[in-house]
Every structure is written in structure tokens, then in C-alpha cells.
Design a protein around this ligand. Structure first.
Ligand SMILES: Cc1cc2nc3c(=O)[nH]c(=O)nc-3n(C[C@H](O)[C@H](O)[C@H](O)COP(=O)(O)OP(=O)(O)OC[C@H]3O[C@@H](n4cnc5c(N)ncnc54)[C@H](O)[C@@H]3O)c2cc1C
Length: 321
């Protein structure tokens, strides 16, 4: 690191090291601000690191971005969970500005019977194991079932087909293929790789003695449109079906999860941070952006949020941007 580059004008912290925080940090570092990024995991990059498979985004892009920030003097503090290891209040007291880019990572519940049975994994653990750590890859068995209908469910399924012992990968989804949020391109890629789709299928009970062996599913029909604009799945009177499963990956969405430690930051009823048009929260110089504001969204949205916040803060400080 070139120490001369640091002017120590203002100390700024980012919480989380995903694309929103990195975009915020980049602009501030380029204006010679002193930036520290706190990250609860041992790795840097948020979903870019644990979630997005290398066949979709070249991992070199992330490592180049990290090197760029480090060369500008960015400090990364890993294994530091803000809200647990350091309180948000302490961070606010210590820094001139804060950017909260903590994403969404608390897995939603399916509310099926025996959801905690061994062999049932949440998406983040499964993708981290297969994308980063290459751990447990022999343990998923021959029949892997993914529950969900988004692009992440497809990612999980495509990762599962690449595991050494897997023979059959099936995606079960509670609505029809037409309602599936995953892109048509991703669905057709998955089909090309031999992944089976079972739409209108809803897991209601996971069965197994010590670990998952099969799944009892009800069969849905489609009703009227719901608030999402898609036709609502309704349980039919058709007999339940039973699917063999050696492991199950739940890809049913994430929620925000951040310990505010009594700091009075405004959040909406889903727990997302409430911000103004500059991504500033109700506390001056505390910004938030990315998925923790919008709910699960996209890399482009996260980058835009980080840049928007940085530009506002720099303008306040009288910088030319
Ligand atoms: C499997 C998957 C595939 C996806 N594929 C695509 C795609 O192909 N294209 C696309 O545009 N989008 C994709 N997305 C969405 C995209 O990755 C996210 O919208 C984007 O990463 C959000 O960025 P972020 O900075 O808000 O949060 P994140 O990337 O989630 O980063 C948040 C970071 O904050 C850290 N953190 C959380 N809490 C704390 C805390 N208390 N203290 C310290 N650190 C904390 C987390 O560990 C994480 O590293 C995908 C998402 C998933 C889950």
C-alpha cells in the first residue's frame, strides 16, 4: 500500500464488503479518504464471493476490484460482525460517516414439517461450501432436490449437477414455470444440463430417520393473481407425491438481519433501512444501500446505491465530483 496516498481527511467505515460497500469505498478512496470495511465473514465480496458461480461471473473481476481498493489504502477488517463484535453506536462515534451495505442473508422459513432434518441446507451454506470452500462436496448424495424458483435456485441446481456423486437434480417450485422468477435463459441452461423441473409442487413434510430420505409434496393449482401479479398457488385435492432425496437445498429467499443495538435507525416493516434520495438514513452521515434497503435485488442496484451515497457525502464535504 502506498501510504502517501492517504490524506486522512475523514475516516469513513463501511459495514459489509459486498458490491454496494465497495462502490461507496471506491469513490471515497479516489478522493483520498481513509476507508475501513468491516466484514463479518472471513472473505471479501458479499454475494459476489459466496453466491455467484464462476461460470456466470469471472472471479478475477472481484479480485481485481479488491486489489484496486487495497492499493488505494482501503483497510479490510474480516471476521468482525458489527452489532455483535463492535456496536453500531461505537462505529458511529468513531467515524465521520458510515455506509451500511449488509445485504440480506437470513434464510426465510418454509414452514414444512421437519425442516431442520439433517441433509437440508440453506442456500448460503450450500453455495459457500460449493463455490468457496469446496467442502462436503461428497456428502450431498445422488438425489439432490432444490426448493425455489429464482435464479439462485437455478445456481444451486447447476452447482449440484457438478458435485461428484450427484445423479439426479430436481427443482420443485410451488407455482407454474410461467410464474417462475428465474430468467428464461437460466431455465433453459438448467434443462440443457439435465436438471428436472417439477412445477406446482409444494414440500409439506421432510421424511427421514437421522437424515432426509424423501419429501412429501402437495400438488398445487393456480388461482387468482396475488399482490406480486402472479397467479397464486392453491393446494389441490390431488394425492400427495413422495420424492426421494439425499439432500435438499432451500432457496426460498432471504431477509435482512442486523442488530441495531438500540441505535434509532428507521427501518420498514420488512426490516429494510429507510433512506432518502441520497441513500442517507435518518441519522446524519449514516448511509445505507444495496439489498438491505431494496430487499434482494441486483449487483447493478447495489453499485448504484453505493455511488449515490458516496457522491452525496463528497458533495457535502465540498469535493469536486
Ligand atoms: C445466489 C445468488 C446469485 C445472484 N446472481 C446475480 C447475478 O447473476 N446478477 C446480479 O445482478 N445479481 C445477482 N444476485 C444478487 C446480487 O448478488 C445482490 O443484489 C448484491 O450482491 C447485493 O449487494 P450488497 O452489497 O447489498 O450485499 P451483499 O453482496 O449481500 O454483501 C453484504 C455483505 O455484508 C456482510 N455483512 C452482513 N452483516 C454484517 C455485519 N453485521 N457486520 C459486518 N458485515 C456484515 C455480509 O457478510 C456480506 O459480505 C444474486 C444473488 C444470489 C443470492
Amino acid at each position: 500500500m502506498n501510504k502517501d496516498i492517504l490524506n486522512n481527511k475523514h475516516k469513513v467505515a463501511c459495514i459489509g464488503s459486498g458490491p454496494s460497500s465497495m462502490a461507496f469505498a471506491k469513490l471515497l478512496l479516489e478522493h483520498k479518504y481513509d476507508v475501513t470495511i468491516y466484514e463479518k465473514e472471513e472473505y471479501i465480496g458479499g454475494v459476489l464471493k459466496w453466491g455467484i458461480p464462476s461460470y456466470r461471473i469471472n472471479p478475477n473481476i472481484l479480485s481485481q476490484r479488491i486489489d484496486y481498493l487495497k492499493n488505494l489504502g482501503c483497510k479490510f477488517i474480516n471476521n468482525c460482525n458489527i452489532g455483535i463484535d463492535i456496536s453500531l453506536k461505537d462505529l458511529i462515534d468513531k467515524y465521520d460517516a458510515i455506509f451500511i451495505g449488509v445485504g440480506v442473508y437470513k434464510q426465510r422459513k418454509l414452514n414444512a414439517i421437519n425442516e431442520d432434518l439433517k441433509g437440508i441446507y440453506n442456500l448460503k451454506d450450500f453455495l459457500s461450501d460449493t463455490n468457496i470452500y469446496k467442502k462436503h462436496i461428497n456428502e450431498y448424495g445422488e438425489d439432490v432436490v432444490i426448493v425455489g424458483g429464482g435464479n439462485s435456485a437455478i445456481d444451486a441446481a447447476r452447482n449440484a449437477t457438478r458435485l461428484p456423486n450427484t445423479k439426479n437434480v430436481t427443482i420443485i417450485y410451488r407455482r407454474s414455470l410461467n410464474e417462475m422468477p428465474a430468467n428464461a435463459h437460466e431455465i433453459s441452461k438448467a434443462k440443457e444440463e439435465g436438471i428436472k423441473f417439477m412445477p406446482l409442487t409444494n414440500p409439506i413434510r421432510f421424511i427421514g430417520k437421522d437424515k432426509i430420505e424423501s419429501i412429501e409434496c402437495s400438488i398445487n393449482v393456480l388461482g387468482e393473481k396475488d399482490e406480486s401479479g402472479r397467479r397464486k398457488p392453491i393446494e389441490s385435492s390431488l394425492p400427495h407425491i413422495y420424492l426421494k432425496a439425499d439432500s435438499v437445498i432451500l432457496s426460498i429467499g432471504f431477509e435482512t438481519c442486523f442488530n441495531l443495538n438500540n441505535v434509532l435507525l428507521n427501518v420498514d416493516k420488512k426490516g429494510c433501512f429507510v433512506i432518502d434520495e441520497h441513500n442517507e438514513t435518518n441519522i446524519k452521515n449514516v448511509y445505507a444501500g444495496g439489498d438491505c434497503v431494496s430487499g434482494a435485488s441486483s449487483i447493478a442496484n447495489a453499485i448504484k446505491a453505493g455511488e449515490n451515497a458516496a457522491k452525496h457525502y463528497l458533495t457535502k464535504k465540498g469535493e469536486n465530483i
